[in-house]
Design a protein around this ligand. Structure first.
Ligand code: ADP
Ligand code: GN1
Ligand code: MG
Length: 368
């Protein structure tokens, strides 16, 4: 039996899915973990092998997730919601602990499958995008009193844009696969924005922006939508919940959702920032999280959008130069294509900079 099949079997046996459960199918469109859908005897589950390329300390990661989901569950129940559908529920292995380690060292964890939901890869309607904005705004608000210092940093320097640029420079210098010559324009674009990479970090160092409990991976496909009502139900993919900047949670959503193209679209004429969608998302996010944020955070929202997009482009390009070991790819050159869409979006954000800032100013004027 191939090793991958063998370790999946071990994982299936380790959790209490039911004695006749021997199969699982690949599921979802995440770039990081290996995700499977399991038909249990009584219900369905999500089973995931945690990416060892991304996460070096899976025990700490699971401790974060268990603590955060339990906290969210209590808050949601207190506010009259249904924790079983509105946050993830960790399923523990039969022998205890939060995860199972297979014979090859792979770490597996499981959640209840949240039934009656849909997960979207693109903001098909403004209403859908607004719903995700409310979900991430609410996530921010629900966790405002969570003791941030007790969270482990699951990926050190995750949104340290300065460090991401340093790593890109190292990958360019090494150019181990000889790919740099084919991405000169993207490299130049990113290096020209070195000063930008320090904007949010400077504000944090100067005390202008506070550290908060943040999700750090706020793509539209990390929210489950209620299939019946279309409203956002459950924020998922909690691997990167850790202390961070609220503007980054806002910004990563804009990066992924405020346009009408796929992240790896090859026809760049289809890639553009939709300023209306930016407005829709900002109104929804601020409607839920606004009162928990400072004026400076609201003013820095456009920087969150631009920096998350630039940083993600830097990360895709670095991975392309280094041989695609981090982000899953399904075709050669996909990470370069992803980097190109991010450059196009950054350029568009710069072109609409005044309008993006006006959104924040108008919100602050109304809130006075
Ligand atoms: P990755 O880190 O690789 O993105 P995710 O945790 O986001 O992994 O899961 C990948 C996909 O699996 C999600 O986009 C979603 O479609 C689906 N998914 C994950 N957890 C659940 C769940 N508890 N219930 C239903 N679907 C889920
Ligand atoms: C990854 O796990 P997933 O697919 O939701 C990545 C994000 C990137 C995103 C780009 C842990 O998100 O940081 O923004 O791909 N997650 C991790 O699509 O690195
Ligand atoms: Mg995901």
């Amino acid at each position: 039996m191939a090793q991958a099949e063998q370790t999946l079997r071990e994982a299936l046996a380790a959790f209490g899915f039911g004695k006749d459960v021997t199969g699982a199918v690949r599921y979802g469109a995440g770039h990081i973990n290996d995700t499977f859908l399991v038909e249990g005897e009584e219900r369905r589950f999500i089973l995931q092998r945690v990416s060892s390329a991304a996460f070096k300390e899976p025990d700490k990661l699971m401790e974060n997730i268990v603590n955060v989901t339990e906290y969210l569950g209590r808050e949601i129940a207190r506010q009259g919601g249904d924790p079983a559908r509105e946050t993830l529920t960790v399923v523990h292995p039969r022998d205890g602990g939060h995860s199972f380690t297979d014979s090859a060292g792979g770490v597996w964890r499981a959640f209840y499958f949240v039934e009656g939901t849909e997960c979207y890869q693109a903001a098909e309607t403004p209403q859908l995008f607004a719903a995700s904005g409310r979900a991430f705004g609410r996530f921010q608000r629900l966790l405002r009193d969570y003791p941030a210092a007790t969270l482990h940093e699951t990926i050190p320097r995750f949104h340290d844009t300065e460090d991401r640029l340093r790593k890109l420079k190292a990958a360019i210098a090494a150019d181990s696969l000889g790919r740099a010559k084919d991405c000169r324009a993207e490299i130049d674009f990113m290096l020209a924005r070195e000063a930008d990479c320090s904007m949010a970090l400077n504000a944090l160092r100067e005390g202008a922006l506070p550290l908060r409990v943040t999700h750090n991976d706020t793509k539209l496909n990390n929210v489950l939508m209620d299939a019946e009502t279309g409203e956002a139900l459950c924020v998922i993919d909690l691997d990167t919940v850790m202390p961070g900047l609220s503007i980054n949670d806002f910004g990563d959503s804009i990066r992924f959702g405020a346009n009408h193209s796929a992240e790896d679209e090859r026809d760049l004429s289809k890639v553009s920032l939709d300023v209306d969608l930016y407005r829709v998302y900002a109104a929804a996010f601020l409607g839920e999280a606004g009162e928990a944020l400072t004026g400076a955070e609201v003013r820095y929202l456009p920087w969150g959008a631009k920096l998350m997009t630039l940083e993600c482009g830097i990360r895709f390009l670095t991975d392309h130069l280094e041989g695609d070991s981090y982000f899953h790819i399904s075709r050669p050159g996909q990470n370069l294509d992803r980097a190109r869409t991010q450059c196009k979006l950054v350029a568009d954000m710069e072109a609409h900079w005044g309008e993006l800032n006006a959104v924040s100013e108008e919100y602050l004027a109304r809130a006075e």
